[in-house]
Ligand binder design. Structure first.
Ligand SMILES: NC(=O)c1ccc[n+]([C@@H]2O[C@H](COP(=O)([O-])OP(=O)(O)OC[C@H]3O[C@@H](n4cnc5c(N)ncnc54)[C@H](OP(=O)(O)O)[C@@H]3O)[C@@H](O)[C@H]2O)c1
Length: 434
């Protein structure tokens, strides 16, 4: 048997403590599978006095994770602190500078600094592994980087945020408002006290940025992602979606188009019969369309201590077994510069819900604004006007044939100017899926 792999783990919270517990509990099985024992020799967290559910005897304690990375007697460094900058980044840089491979679950770090870190790793003849950074326990990174390595990917998309999917699922199944669902998600620990990062779509965007780089062999470009969260989705939209044969999901999509790569995160109506539409609750899913394999869908737990630790451990075992592929699938010098497709050029169908004053001229305005922007309608449904408080408004729901984002935005701006709407129009993109 080869000499043991000595690990330094920085961050012993939900994921880090679970990884350490599992290394203790499954020591024999892991050693048998990789032909080498794996031992934690150094650890770091903020509070030394807290019990973490594993025996830390014989492990060197570091108050400072950067010092652990710089000086610890380790063969691999596991970063499970989190955050794009600060000590997590410094510690990862310190380990790479020593030529020590890094395993991390930190999507923010990779989405912001992945290319620079991949370069630093390559310069020091080592790599970063980050299976847990995208969709928790789902093996999306390995699938993309290894199993699909002979394929050309045309689209990668999925449900990458469990909090949003939980909220949208409950809104749909129980008819509860967005605000009430969010409160429940917070009480159950699915959503943070400040939920902006999740419900605003930013968490999903971090994961998408990483997937996009692997899918298309490009540099990571988080800032190019069009991001729209789920807070404006109402029960009226969910009911209308069901009537039209759709379900609403927060979708993250990266698409290779003639004018560049389109990356977007937004609520989308997807066909109710599609496989992705069956992904409910906190479950995540990653779908990949490629030339040889066609379409595949991976679904499973996108968060949680054990599921995320499963992905971290698989990376640790790869390091132990000497299987360490290039960080972003290619040597950093061969990553293509990112070429961005403008969101205004996005093509697809759209759902539009308008609150229209019940008066002469409203329908003519809708028809002419659509026509002047070259938008053809698949359906238009007007509900009965509500006249209880003075002048009534009637909900009008439009579904368009494929058109462009630029045309839709121009039409909605025109409609708002015409003065027949009692509020902001609601617009939800329709995604064409099998
Ligand atoms: N939780 C999940 O389900 C999940 C899923 C996928 C990916 N991830 C990623 O995994 C990483 C860890 O997440 P988590 O949920 O395990 O976070 P967490 O429970 O908040 O744990 C963070 C750990 O980092 C330690 N820490 C924070 N600042 C530190 C500092 N300055 N010096 C030393 N230690 C410090 C904390 O120490 P104390 O314990 O002493 O406070 C804690 O042990 C993040 O990058 C996250 O995005 C998490």
């Amino acid at each position: 048997m080869k000499s043991e792999l000595r690990l330094g783990i920085a961050g012993l919270g939900t994921v880090g403590a679970k990884v350490a517990q599992l290394i203790e509990r499954k020591a024999e099985l892991l050693a048998e599978r990789v032909g080498r024992s794996i031992r934690i020799t150094a650890i770091s967290a903020r509070d030394r006095s807290r019990g973490r559910g594993f025996d830390a005897d014989g492990m060197a304690w570091f108050d400072d994770p950067v010092e652990l990375a710089e000086k610890g007697e380790i063969d691999a460094f596991v970063e499970l602190i989190g955050g794009a900058d600060g000590v997590a980044r410094q510690a990862v840089e310190a380990a790479l500078s020593r030529g020590i491979p890094v395993v991390t679950a930190n999507k923010a770090l990779l989405a912001h600094h992945g290319v620079a870190l991949a370069r630093l790793a390559a310069e020091n003849d080592t790599e970063i592994l980050f299976e847990a950074a995208v969709a928790g326990g789902i093996p999306a990174i390995k699938t993309m980087r290894e199993a699909l390595s002979a394929n050309e990917v045309s689209r990668v998309y999925g449900i990458l945020n469990g909090t949003c999917n939980y909220i949208l699922t409950r809104m749909e199944k129980e008819g509860i408002s967005f605000d009430a669902c969010l409160k429940d998600a917070q009480a159950l620990g699915y959503a943070e006290a400040d939920p902006t990062f999740d419900i605003g779509g930013f968490d999903a965007a971090h994961k998408l940025a990483i997937l996009t780089s692997l899918a298309f062999g490009t540099e990571i470009s988080l800032e190019s992602i069009f991001i729209e969260g789920i807070s404006k989705i109402t029960i009226a939209d969910i009911v209308a979606a069901a009537e039209l044969g759709y379900r609403i999901k927060l979708l993250a999509v990266a698409l290779n188009t003639d004018s560049g790569i389109e990356q977007r995160v937004h609520p989308a109506m997807i066909p109710a019969r599609s496989s992705l539409a069956q992904v409910d609750g906190v479950t995540n899913a990653v779908a990949i369309d490629s030339d040889l394999l066609g379409s595949i869908l991976l679904a499973g737990p996108g968060a949680g201590g054990a599921a995320t630790a499963s992905a971290v451990l698989s990376d640790i075992m790869d390091v132990a077994g000497g299987f360490v592929p290039p960080t972003l699938g290619l040597p950093p010098s061969r990553l293509q510069p990112y070429h961005r497709a403008r969101m205004r050029a996005h093509e697809g169908g759209y759902y539009i819900r308008l609150a229209v004053f019940d008066r002469v001229g409203a329908f003519a305005s809708i028809a002419s604004r659509m026509a002047e922007n070259g938008i053809s309608l698949e359906s238009i449904v007007q509900r009965k006007a509500d006249r209880r408080a003075g002048e009534g408004t009637a909900p009008v729901i439009l579904v368009t044939h494929d058109t462009t984002e630029a045309a839709i935005r121009a039409a909605l701006e025109g409609l708002s100017r015409d003065g027949h709407l009692s509020g902001e129009p609601q617009m939800i993109r329709i995604e064409d899926l099998d």
